[in-house]
Design a protein around this ligand. Structure first.
Ligand code: EPS
Length: 386
């Protein structure tokens, strides 16, 4: 294990804490850049009052950075929960589990009768801490020319009209992400975005929630990260785990995997072509990974997020205190958080790539990692990765 992070904190507790360990020394860290990512995660049409009006996430760095650079020591980051100040002293126990949430699982697993205790830790508020950790991973990746971005592809039944992602190179993907950056739902197709905003408003009126899909990509990825030799070293599997661990994400796809599954083999691969002294791949159906190893093409991961489980319409359940059938109490929530999940997806993909880069090039010192990257030449590197 080269890199690791651990988060702690409850959704309505005083603060979230994350400790990041294993970062090489020498990475320039810009606190304002971490906060920009935290703000990106808070946004997106469909977020509720807490995210948009109460919280103003800021990562307080309390260790591991000296004169703006990592030292090799653990980096501790703290994010205040401003909503903590609004919590009443006494909060009645919750005994009716909400379907789709971790409530019932928490009772079974930890014997917690007050399901509020489960909710507090299982809440997606925790993803703020992940984005802070991901910001450090991103700072490392930037030193290697790797950029991670994202955009929303669908909201409910509405889909963005974008070119097939397997036809796009780094620049094409970066352009889509730039278009999505200022969009209300982080969608690169303005027409679809308008309809998505209206769909969120309609869902809010109908007391419903919406899910959707998003893409996360990495541009400028060096070839040769990951491994094909063992299941837990394969980068596709590690990316799938990382992205699927995001709250409400139930599916992950590398490249156009589900579409490719329906094609005959010859049109499901990316031919290897010679281009002068370099190799090029005219398509990216593999999503940037062959054999669990990066192949120099952009890394493209898509994820499906289920609609948030806190709906305000009848959601049948059982009160575990009385045994009676009932609806769970409604708790304030977002209508949709697909744009936020996309930003969390960036953090998770950045994290896995930072791990893979430190594994390949050594994880103690940035200068030695750079030298190792320069030494890792090959007569037949993919185009643009020399
Ligand atoms: C969440 C429920 C909502 C979200 C929260 C995650 O919080 P509350 O119940 O306090 O309104 O706003 O997300 C965040 C606060 C955040 O920063 O992402 C849940 O149950 O997961």
């Amino acid at each position: 294990m080269t890199l690791r992070f651990l988060t702690a904190g409850e959704s309505h507790g005083p603060r979230l804490t994350v400790i990041v360990e294993g970062l090489p020394a020498g990475i320039p860290v810009d606190g304002a850049a971490l906060d920009r990512d935290l703000a990106r995660r808070q946004g997106g049409h469909g977020r509720g009052a807490r995210s948009t009006r109460i919280e103003r996430d800021h990562a307080e760095i309390s260790s591991g950075i000296h004169e703006g650079r990592t030292t090799g020591a653990p980096v501790a980051l703290v994010i205040e929960n401003r909503d903590f100040a609004n919590q009443p002293e006494e909060r009645p126990p919750i005994t009716t589990p909400r379907p789709g949430h971790a409530d019932l699982a928490g009772r079974w697993k930890y014997g917690l009768d007050d399901l509020r205790v489960v909710r507090e830790r299982a809440s997606a508020r925790e993803t703020a801490a992940r984005v802070a950790a991901g910001g450090l991973a991103r700072a490392l990746l930037r030193e290697f020319g790797v950029e991670v971005g994202s955009f929303v592809l669908s909201f409910g039944i509405l889909s963005a009209d974008v070119p097939p992602l397997d036809d796009l190179d780094d620049d094409g993907l970066l352009r889509l992400a730039a278009t999505a950056e200022d969009d209300a739902v982080r969608c690169p197709d303005p027409r679809a975005s308008e309809a998505m905003v209206a769909a969120v408003d309609a869902a809010r009126r109908e007391r419903q929630t919406l899910g959707g899909t998003f893409a996360v990509f990495a541009a400028g990825v060096p070839a040769g990260l990951g491994s094909y030799v063992q299941w837990d070293r394969k980068l596709d599997g590690r990316l799938a785990q990382a992205v699927c661990s995001i709250h409400a994400v139930k599916g992950v796809e590398i490249g156009p995997a589900f579409d490719v599954a329906a094609r005959p083999g010859a049109s499901a691969q990316d031919p290897i072509e010679r281009d002068g002294q370099e190799l090029r791949r005219p398509t990216n159906r593999a999503g940037g990974l062959e054999g669990g190893v990066t192949n120099g093409a952009p890394l493209v991961v898509r994820a499906a997020m289920k609609p948030l489980s806190s709906v305000r319409v009848a959601a049948r359940s059982v009160d575990l205190a009385s045994g009676e059938a009932t609806d769970p109490p409604f708790v304030r929530t977002d209508v949709a958080a697909v744009p936020a999940a996309a930003v969390v997806g960036e953090a998770m993909v950045a994290w896995v790539l930072a791990e893979a880069i430190t594994e390949r090039f050594g994880g103690d010192r940035l200068d030695l990692m750079r030298a190792a990257l320069d030494a890792a030449g090959d007569a037949w590197l993919p185009r643009g990765t020399r």
